[in-house]
Design a protein around this ligand. Structure first.
Ligand code: NAD
Length: 350
């Protein structure tokens, strides 16, 4: 399996493979860049079809974290980890502890957080063997009990980002009557759908798990859509909140939405798909800009959590996106390219 010559290798500082046959752990940690600070990023558990697929994901995700933290003006670098396996059937305490020891072996160069397939309860188990796992402490404050779960902040930031994109692309100052398709009804997708519903939007939702979809139908009055049909709906906004690489040669011709704005990481299968979206007149909110709410939340958990400060910082995603949209239109470049250029200026200078 090539690493240095892998398509998604991007001068990563460190890529480490971890294995514990006793509990079945097979995992990869990738540290992309630490110029701004320690490499913080989620730990994802997914039944990857191959080792190559897992490597590709961790290389792309860790690089994305460097850009995300720089763009959100945080003193953090970029890293990520993946565990190969099905979180519904293969996640055990022994496996989580083994992952914790693997994270610990890097001595704090990488700080793990929750991600798809790894929830707050899981990070708490990892935390029993290493301090280099963030977000798992339950704290009580004047605002109530905080579980340490960053996904509500991710959802709120994505909601704010959708408002910016809708304002820019459609000239609408509110979301009343707006039609939105949300792919993935997990932690972030469901919460985002709740914000959208509250703001008066109509929802179409999909998920590969029937129970997740049913919850949105029952609680939010959403319309359930078969997974494959979510791309071609006649809606204003397509909000990907599941897996990456869903904006590709097959899906772009099917999109009727004028805006693609959602929380999923690495939405563009390749960089050229950003240009494709632009040529189809579709405004794309760069993924790592709109979904930075979670890492902002985690950053404040480490440095002192004040709800108002977090809300304000997450709310600044609106202005950051507006700046990117304006610059992209002015320079006639894809939004992702403009975001990358701004982020690179910020993390390469330190
Ligand atoms: P999650 O695992 O809770 O939810 C993902 C959902 O997507 C699951 O319900 C899953 O069944 C569903 N899904 C998977 N494949 C699908 C498909 N093909 N079609 C429809 N649904 C599908 O994860 P999450 O925490 O909600 O994160 C969602 C996305 O947002 C991920 O890409 C994640 O990396 C990204 N993200 C999450 C956070 C966070 O704070 N949790 C922060 C930044 C980015």
């Amino acid at each position: 399996m090539p690493v240095f010559s892998a398509r998604d290798f991007s001068d990563h500082e460190k890529v480490v493979f971890g294995c514990d046959p006793e509990c079945g752990l097979r995992a990869i940690i990738a540290i992309h860049n630490r110029n701004r600070g320690p490499a913080l990023g989620g730990c994802r558990m997914w039944p990857y079809a191959s080792d190559d697929e897992a490597l590709r994901d961790v290389l792309r995700l860790s690089r994305g974290m460097t850009y995300k933290s720089a763009m959100a003006n945080l003193d953090l670098g970029g890293g990520k980890s993946v565990i190969i396996g099905n979180p519904r059937t293969q996640k055990t305490e022994a496996l989580l502890r083994a992952m914790g020891r693997f994270v610990d072996s890097l001595g704090g160069a990488y700080i793990a957080a929750e991600d798809s397939g790894i929830g707050v309860a899981d990070t708490r188990v990892m935390r029993t063997v290493t301090p280099h796992v963030t977000g798992p402490e339950e704290t009580k404050s004047a605002e109530g009990v905080r579980t340490g779960d960053p996904s509500p902040s991710t959802s709120y930031g994505t909601f704010v980002g959708i408002k910016a994109a809708v304002k820019y692309a459609l000239g609408r100052g509110d979301l009343k009557g707006l039609k939105v398709a949300v792919q993935g009804m997990g932690n972030v997708g469901f919460n985002l759908a709740s914000h959208l519903k509250e703001a008066g939007a109509s929802l179409w939702v999909s998920d590969i798990h029937e129970d997740q979809v049913q919850r949105a139908v029952d609680q939010l009055g959403a319309t359930a859509v078969p997974s494959e049909d979510i791309y071609g709906l006649d809606v204003h906004v397509f909000a990907p909140c599941a897996m990456g690489a869903i904006i590709n040669d097959q899906t772009i011709p099917r999109l009727k939405a004028r805006v693609v704005a959602g929380a999923a990481n690495n939405q563009l299968a390749e960089a050229r798909h950003g240009e494709e979206l632009m040529s189809h007149g579709i405004l794309y909110a760069p993924d790592y800009v709109i979904n930075a709410g979670g890492v902002i939340d985690v950053f404040y958990q480490r440095t002192g959590f004040v709800q108002e400060k977090v809300r304000e910082h997450v709310g600044s995603i609106y202005d950051t996106l507006m700046e990117i949209f304006e610059r992209a239109e002015h320079e006639e470049r894809p939004t992702q390219e403009v975001a990358d250029a701004i982020a690179e200026e910020r993390f390469s200078k330190r």
